[in-house]
Design a protein around this ligand. Structure first.
Ligand SMILES: NC(=O)c1ccc[n+]([C@@H]2O[C@H](COP(=O)([O-])OP(=O)(O)OC[C@H]3O[C@@H](n4cnc5c(N)ncnc54)[C@H](O)[C@@H]3O)[C@@H](O)[C@H]2O)c1
Length: 256
C-alpha cells in the first residue's frame, strides 16, 4: 500500500525510457494518486515519454520540453507550468550527463569541456530549476535530486561524474538552507547502481552491479521501484522534518 498523495502535483524531470529511474519515481507517484507533470530533454525523447505516460493509471497531460543547459528553455517550461496548474508540491530532478570518454581511464585526463559539461547538466541544473520552481511552491514543497556514492567516495570509472555529484549534493544542502523559510525541503536520494541509458556510459558497469550483489548488506541490486517509493516518502508529509539530507537507497552498500 502506498502513501496517498492525492490532490498533490509533482514535476518529474528526466524520463528518457522505461529503464529511467525517473520512470520508477513516476510509477510510484502515479500509484499514490498524485498528478504528474513530465519534462524531457529534447525532441528525441518526446514520443518515448508520451507513450510511457499513456500507460499510467492517472491522466497526466502536461508533458513539456526542458533543456537544462538553456536558461530560456527552463524559464519557458516553468512559466507554462505556472499558467497551466498555478502551484506545484514538488519536483524530482533525475538529470545527469557526462561524455562517455570521461567515464573511463584516468581522472587526470578529464578535459575542461568535459568537466564543465558534467557540472552544468548534472549539478548547476538543480539550482536553476529550484529558482524557477520556487514561486510555484507558494504553499511549501519538496525537491528531490538523484545522486550516487561516487560523489562521496572514489568509485571505478565514475571520474568526472563523481565530482559533479559531490557538487550536486552540496547544492542540495545550500538550497535546503536557502529555501527552508518558504517551507521548501530539498533532499537527495543516493541510489545504488541501476542499468539505464546513462549508466551504460560508465565503463565496466557490470562489475559494479556484481560487487553490490556480492558485498552489500542486502546482497541484491537496487530497483527503480525502491527509489520511487523513497521519493513518495520524501514528497509526503511523513518526511516533513527532513531537509538537506542524502538518503542512501543502495542495499546498504554505503556502510561498507
Ligand atoms: N543508473 C544509476 O546507476 C544511477 C545511480 C545513482 C544515481 N543516478 C542518477 O539518476 C539520475 C537519472 O539517471 P538514470 O540512470 O535514470 O539515466 P537516464 O539516462 O534514464 O536519465 C538521465 C536523464 O537526463 C536527461 N538529460 C540529459 N541532458 C539533459 C539536458 N540538457 N536537459 C534535460 N535533461 C537532460 C536525459 O534526457 C535523461 O532523461 C541521474 O542524475 C543519475 O546520475 C543513476
Amino acid at each position: 500500500m502506498s502513501i496517498s498523495l492525492e490532490g498533490k502535483t509533482y514535476v518529474i524531470m528526466g524520463v528518457a525510457n522505461k529503464r529511467s529511474i525517473a520512470w520508477g519515481i513516476a510509477r510510484s507517484l502515479d500509484q499514490s494518486g498524485a498528478r504528474l507533470i513530465f519534462t524531457y530533454a529534447g525532441e528525441r525523447f518526446e514520443k518515448s515519454v508520451r507513450d510511457l505516460v499513456a500507460t499510467l493509471d492517472g491522466n497526466h497531460d502536461i508533458i513539456l520540453p526542458c533543456d537544462v543547459t538553456n536558461d530560456e528553455s527552463v524559464e519557458n517550461c516553468f512559466s507554462t507550468i505556472k499558467e497551466q496548474v498555478g502551484t506545484i508540491d514538488g519536483l524530482a530532478h533525475c538529470i545527469a550527463f557526462a561524455k562517455t570518454e570521461e567515464l573511463a581511464g584516468n581522472f587526470s585526463d578529464t578535459s575542461r569541456d568535459g568537466f564543465l559539461l558534467a557540472q552544468n547538466i548534472s549539478s548547476y541544473s538543480l539550482t536553476i530549476i529550484a529558482r524557477h520552481a520556487k514561486p510555484l511552491m507558494s504553499e511549501g514543497g519538496s525537491i528531490i535530486a538523484l545522486t550516487y556514492i561516487g560523489g562521496e567516495r572514489v568509485m571505478p570509472n565514475y571520474n568526472v561524474m563523481g565530482v559533479a555529484k559531490a557538487s550536486l549534493e552540496m547544492s542540495v544542502r545550500y538550497l535546503a538552507a536557502d529555501l527552508g523559510r518558504q517551507g521548501i525541503r530539498v533532499n537527495a536520494i543516493s541510489s545504488g547502481p541501476i542499468r539505464t541509458l546513462s549508466s551504460k556510459g560508465v565503463s565496466d558497469f557490470n562489475s559494479i552491479l556484481h560487487e553490490i550483489e556480492e558485498k552489500a548488506p542486502l546482497h541484491r541490486n537496487t530497483t527503480p521501484e525502491e527509489v520511487g517509493d523513497t521519493a513518495v516518502f520524501l514528497f509526503s508529509n511523513m518526511s516533513r522534518g527532513i531537509t538537506g539530507e542524502t538518503i542512501h537507497v543502495d542495499s546498504g552498500y554505503h556502510i561498507l
